[in-house]
Ligand binder design. Structure first.
Ligand SMILES: [Ca+2]
Length: 106
């Protein structure tokens, strides 16, 4: 039983780690519409899926996570750094333009 318990703890810790570098991307404002949670986002460039490309309108950051978003794929073009949840990207002049991103500890 102890081994099972230790595995449970390891799984729980892995879940926390994933949440800390995750970001939820939604096609409508206020974290609505079609939402996708991206995990393992740090220290690399992540291209958004085709259904979300140039369509993201709100961003919910995982705990302790900040992200930089680009208007072109492969982290090219104009960009913005978001450090707190953004329920309406129109207010940041970045609505329906995101194509790629990378995240880092906030
Ligand atoms: Ca949208």
């Amino acid at each position: 039983m102890q081994n099972s318990f230790e595995l449970f703890i390891l799984a729980a810790l892995a879940g926390i780690a994933a949440a800390q570098d995750s970001v939820e991307l939604c096609t409508d404002t206020n974290f609505a519409g079609s939402c996708v949670v991206a995990a393992n986002t740090r220290n690399k460039c992540n291209n958004v899926g085709a259904a979300q490309n140039d369509n993201i309108s709100s961003v919910h950051l995982g705990a302790g996570t900040a992200c930089r978003f680009w208007v072109d794929g492969n982290c090219q073009g104009n960009s913005i750094i978001i450090r707190t949840d953004a329920p309406d990207l129109r207010t940041l002049g970045f609505n329906d333009v995101i194509s790629s991103f990378t995240c880092f500890p906030a």
